[in-house]
Design a binder for this molecule. Structure first.
Ligand SMILES: Nc1ncnc2c1ncn2[C@@H]1O[C@H](COP(=O)(O)OP(=O)(O)OP(=O)(O)O)[C@@H](O)[C@H]1O
Ligand SMILES: [Mg+2]
Length: 237
């Protein structure tokens, strides 16, 4: 078995029998507020604490707002951002500054690969692949972009989380329908109603090269970030 990367999320490493295999591209799919961003931030902070640099490509939240929202979590460490071990990059703003149009496939790929190469990052998050593809218009172009991005990330040897935004209560993993086939792994975040409360849940749908649990787990967001509890053990009273 190749090296597996600890995710920093309580119980996720045991669900995955050790963590995310190095070099994998994992799609984290979920509707709004299901915990995609917090889970992915924890993955980067865990890596940085272990000496692996990380880059968070954000398209949905501006950099400063994202940092402000993370501050209260115990996994957050400002030093890791100040020292450059974790970089938060606003892709839209970077593209604008460099005069790259958001429908320019090669331009976007170049921006992403330049940042990764110059920071020596080993862990990458793209939040979200859905927003990144939004301006590409045609399905063919979106497909080409996702293939090329995946190829570049693989070539750079990073372990990647691509966030996929999906509508609530719908049984699909992505908007464009190709992301889940290209990805080596799919982690699905959902929610269900229980006594008038919305409970968050996580399920690992696939993880190539691994034998893993496909049990649904209740996902709680606490002061130390995301925590997972097997559904049958969760206290939902
Ligand atoms: N300090 C905190 N303690 C507990 N829960 C929190 C805390 N901060 C945020 N949350 C919960 O986390 C949710 C946001 O999680 P997150 O940003 O990871 O979701 P997301 O799936 O990325 O959403 P979106 O699709 O809108 O980007 C909030 O709606 C809130 O319910
Ligand atoms: Mg988010």
């Amino acid at each position: 078995m190749d090296k597996q990367l600890s995710t920093g999320i309580k119980n996720l490493d045991s669900i995955l029998n050790g963590g995310i295999p190095e070099g994998h591209c994992v799609l984290v799919a979920g509707s709004c507020g299901t915990g995609k961003t917090i889970l992915s931030q924890q993955f980067l902070f865990e890596g940085a604490k272990l000496g692996e640099n990380g880059v968070y490509f954000s398209l949905t939240e501006p950099r400063e707002k994202m940092i402000k929202n993370m501050r209260d979590f115990s996994f957050f460490d400002e030093n890791l951002i100040e020292s450059g071990k974790i970089k938060i990059v606003d892709v839209t703003q970077d593209a604008r500054l460099k005069g790259v149009g958001l429908s320019n496939v090669q331009g976007l790929i170049n921006i992403i690969t330049d940042v990764i190469e110059s920071s020596g990052a080993k862990r990458i998050v793209i939040d979200s692949i859905t927003a990144l593809c939004e301006n590409l218009e045609h399905e063919d172009k979106i497909r080409d972009f996702i293939f090329e991005l995946n190829f570049q990330l693989m070539y750079l040897g990073c372990t990647n989380i691509l966030i996929s935004e999906i509508p609530p209560q719908e049984f699909k993993y992505s908007i464009y329908g190709v992301e889940e086939f290209i990805a080596d792994g799919v982690i699905l975040l959902t929610e269900f109603e229980r006594k008038g409360d919305l409970i968050r849940a996580l399920q690992v749908i696939k993880m190539r090269g691994l034998s893993h649990s496909r049990n649904k787990h209740v996902l709680k967001i606490l002061e130390d970030g995301v925590t997972l509890v097997p559904l049958f053990k969760a206290d939902m009273e």
